[in-house]
Design a protein around this ligand. Structure first.
Ligand code: ASP
Length: 338
């Protein structure tokens, strides 16, 4: 049987670090180095290795991911694997899922333990990603799975995967839905089905990718938040360059009552999406009264972010603004996310 052609695109991250003379890890390895470290890959697939960049994922930009999406769309391989840092994987994978529609597996993987440590997970994660990309069930369902992430032999949907720990080995999870599948021995065992309706409706409404960067502020709500930063942003010329905002709200969609006025002014100044700081999940719509509970905030013009984590809501809002969508269309699009 012929081996599938798999295209590996390396961006950088811990998986691609090397120690400098003082022992400190620096970005440096390219796609060829990653492939060379896992000789077994050659028995599973015909690998095309391409180094896209050598940067930490904490420094990636929206523009770089748009360029990567174009590369993935143009790839003629039967599966595409992106290796990058873990820090922003939950955002980049989701953005790629918004931008790329392919009928071959598209997988994002990374490493938590750098190559100088015992039990570094990079080689194992790359091997697992290639196994998943070659798996018959995954290949048959590639389009409906969309972009997926493979970490520690678990397969996650891009819209749900989160980095839930800053340092430990098992740092990734999908608290909303659990993993979609697990890699067991050399086969993929499906565990749950992805929610694709929202993604398909969103892609249809977004239309073609392109446009220029549209800064979106992420405003996290905490106990007794006074709102001075929001006020400063609203009073500054050109709102400090921000074109939209995401409010990481408490509970089912609540913010401190003292922010009622500033929140309404913010929503009037730019599209403002509310998303739960609890980490994503459906919010309330019609239970609690008061100016800054769900009913009041929705009446004041804030857009309901549905089940998306605030980080993913920020990615989606940037993508909407870049596509030139106006407030009503943006609210309608977020509505698909329940
Ligand atoms: N700072 C690194 C990055 O995101 C961390 C990692 O790869 O785990 O590139």
């Amino acid at each position: 049987m012929s081996r599938p052609r798999i295209h590996i695109l390396a961006l950088g991250g811990t998986i691609a670090t090397k120690p400098d003379p003082s022992g400190v890890m620096q970005m440096g390895a390219g796609a060829d180095d990653l492939v060379k470290a896992v000789p077994l890959l050659a028995t599973l697939a015909d690998i095309e290795a391409e180094t896209v960049s050598r940067v930490g994922s904490h420094s990636l930009s929206f523009d770089q991911i748009h360029a990567l999406a174009a590369k993935i769309a143009a790839s003629t391989a039967e599966g595409v694997i992106v290796t990058q840092g873990t820090d922003t994987l939950e955002e980049t994978a989701f953005l790629l899922d918004l931008l790329v529609e392919r009928d071959v597996p598209v997988i994002v993987t990374a490493a938590m333990r750098n190559p100088s440590l015992t039990s570094a997970d990079g080689p194992g994660n790359l091997l697992a990603a290639v196994r998943v990309a070659c798996d018959p069930w995954v290949r048959a369902h590639a389009q409906s799975l969309g972009v997926i992430s493979v970490m520690l032999d678990e397969v996650y949907a891009a819209a749900d995967v989160l980095k839930v720990h800053p340092t430990r080995l098992n740092a990734f999870a999908s608290p909303q839905s659990g993993p979609l599948a697990a890699l067991v021995e050399d086969r993929v065992v499906p565990l749950g089905l992805p929610v694709r309706d929202a993604m398909e409706a969103t892609r249809r409404k977004l239309g073609r990718a392109g446009g220029t960067a549209q800064p979106v502020a992420l405003l996290w709500m905490g106990l007794d938040e006074p709102g001075h930063l929001i006020d400063a942003m609203l009073n500054a010329s050109d709102h400090l360059g921000y074109r939209g905002a995401v409010v990481g709200a408490m509970g089912g969609g609540h913010i401190p009552e003292r922010l009622a006025d500033v929140a309404a002014r913010l929503a009037a100044a730019m599209p403002t999406v509310v998303s739960p700081r609890a980490g994503g999940g459906p919010m309330l719509r019609q239970t609690y009264g008061g100016p800054t509970s769900e009913i009041g905030l929705r009446k004041a013009g804030l857009i309901w972010g549905g089940r998306l984590h605030p980080l993913k809501a920020r990615v989606l809002l940037e993508t909407c603004l870049r596509a030139g969508l106006q407030r009503t269309a943006i609210a309608d699009l977020f509505g698909a996310w329940g």
